[in-house]
Design a protein around this ligand. Structure first.
Ligand code: XMP
Length: 515
């Protein structure tokens, strides 16, 4: 997103969150690499820059960052590594860190300086051990950590703020107030983002392609539903939604599609490709391999269907509509790097490669929005609350919730147990108390008693987590009476299951899905 607030990414895993917190405060910002920042600075004048945190140490980095500090009027926020470069440039001293300044730390105000809305003491998140040990001339100490380390500095006359901790992460209790202090008080910027500007910028994107035929790989999830509703508002019947049933869906997914066909004016066609997917997955055991097979099969099924449709209806599609959101865009600008390479924990991008293969242009009207903004837009487009607050569901679906080899029977066990969990969450009014909830079939057999006999059957794990964006997660604490009810229904009603366990692993170290 073009913006005059630049976020220079030094590689911290939290950089995206700065953009997000700024947005919540009503400001757009543009994330860019250090190289882009340095070269664009020769031609453009940003209104403010943020130098992010990063994993490296100033003792090993010989890059000349002085261009960032030359313009005396440019507001600068240095976070962690950004503050250390700043400290060094202005003549202060950076020292190798001490253990114990990672994670949660107490922050105290210094020299009687108070940040608006922040108490004199609060919790913050530190994740770098180097720190500014001698404050440069013309800077004043405004924040200190509990054990006396420099945590915040402010220039006497220039609009510059340096923070040793991460104000953008959730754990920094007053982080948003501190960022607001930078944007509103130090940089004195004017807010440029609201739900009105958000809708206008999305519609502007769609208006440009009026008259074109648009194809949508519709999943029924929040993103594709909001994207399709927005586009349909502008181009009406020129939008065609195809929904692929890969045989790895839960009952609630198919029910949602039926309901959307009835209750909205979207033109949704269902393609039942269960047999093709199950055939393709027949010998797959490995999680990443299953993901690849599912992604590849999806592309083949979708492509065949579209060619057949174009031939039969004399239509030629110009655009492929995708519900891509801003975190995906940012991730592709700035992959979190370890040892110079981005690490793949799981390959999430299920249908990558589709537009190139089908020679379609991409339409991504939500690509500057965060999930909560997409939900808000869905509501203002008239969609029902239940539709836009559905839990996330991964593209490979039950394919990664049956551990190892899939079979029709194992898929059935997950479908039936998931439906029970879903019904109980809804009837106990707990659906909104958890961010994502699902069942997983474990490939182990355990002994149990059913009726008067011995049973030797499989295990279902319940997974319910709270999260903001899926990047970190904690286990949802639910009442025992509810868990008991779900467990007893699953053991009684799902043939082949004798035991139910509750996964109590947070992310990290676990991931949300088991595969
Ligand atoms: P993990 O398991 O990585 O999940 O902690 C984080 C979030 O991503 C979802 N997820 C996926 N979504 N394709 C998707 O579209 C995938 O292959 C995939 N794997 C995980 C997961 O459900 C959670 O919301």
């Amino acid at each position: 997103m073009k913006s005059s607030i630049w976020i220079i990414d030094f590689g911290s895993q939290y950089t995206q969150l700065i953009t997000r917190k700024f947005r919540e405060l009503g400001f757009t910002s543009e994330l860019m690499t250090v190289e882009d920042g340095l070269s664009r600075l020769k031609l453009e004048k940003p209104e403010a820059i943020v130098l992010s945190g990063g994993p490296q140490s100033v003792f090993e980095d010989k890059t000349d960052y002085s261009p960032f500090f030359k313009d005396e009027k440019l507001p600068i926020l240095g976070i962690c590594y950004g503050m250390q470069i700043m400290g060094q440039y202005f003549g202060g001293k950076v020292e190798k860190g001490v253990q114990g300044e990672y994670g949660l730390a107490k922050l105290k105000c210094a020299n009687n300086f108070l940040i608006p809305n922040c108490p004199s003491e609060s919790d913050v998140w530190m994740s770098h051990s180097d720190h500014v040990s001698v404050i440069p001339d013309k800077f004043k100490l405004i924040l200190q950590s509990e054990n006396g380390l420099t945590a915040g500095i402010k220039h006497d006359s220039r609009p510059i703020l340096g923070l040793q901790f991460h104000p953008e992460v959730h754990h920094t209790v007053h982080g948003k107030d501190i960022l607001s202090f930078f944007l509103n008080n130090i940089a004195a910027l004017k807010s440029d983002w609201s739900s009105k500007t958000m809708m206008e910028s999305c519609l502007e994107e769609v208006n440009k392609i009026k008259g074109s035929k648009v194809l949508c790989a519709f999943s029924g999830g929040v993103d594709s539903l909001v994207a399709a509703t927005l586009v349909q508002k502008v181009i009406g019947k020129d939008l065609y939604c195809f929904f692929v049933n890969n045989g790895l869906l839960r009952p609630q997914d198919l029910n949602t599609i039926k309901m959307l066909q009835e209750k909205t004016s979207l033109n949704i066609e269902v393609i039942d490709a269960t047999e093709i997917f199950l055939g393709a997955l027949k010998d797959d055991k490995d999680p990443e391999h299953k993901r690849k097979t599912i992604g590849k099969t999806f592309i083949e099924v979708f492509e065949n269907k579209v060619h057949e449709f174009e031939k039969n209806h004399g239509v030629k599609f110009d655009y492929l509509l995708q519900g891509t959101l801003y975190p995906d865009v940012i991730e592709s600008i700035s992959p979190h790097k370890v040892g110079g390479k981005s690490v793949t924990i799981k390959s999430h991008h299920n249908v990558g490669g589709l537009p190139e293969r089908m020679k379609l242009k991409l339409l991504e009207p939500l690509r500057y929005l965060f999930k909560d903004e997409v939900r808000a837009m869905g509501l203002s487009l008239g969609l029902e609350r239940d539709w836009v607050f559905r839990h996330p569901f991964p593209g490979p679906g039950i394919g990664v919730r049956v551990l190892g080899q899939l079979s029709r029977d194992s898929i059935r066990k997950v479908q039936e147990s998931d439906q029970i969990l879903f019904e109980e969450l809804k009837s106990h009014q707990l659906y909104d108390s958890t961010w994502q909830a699902f069942t997983v079939l474990l490939p182990v057999k355990t002994v149990g008693v059913k009726g008067d006999g011995r049973a030797y059957e499989e295990v279902i794990a319940l997974r319910m987590v709270n999260s903001q964006d899926g990047m970190t997660a904690s286990v949802t604490e639910l009442p025992w009476s509810f868990l008991n009810r779900v467990s007893s229904r699953i053991c009684n009603e799902v043939k082949g299951i004798t035991r139910v366990v509750y996964d109590i692993t947070s992310k990290p170290p676990g991931t949300i899905e088991w595969e």
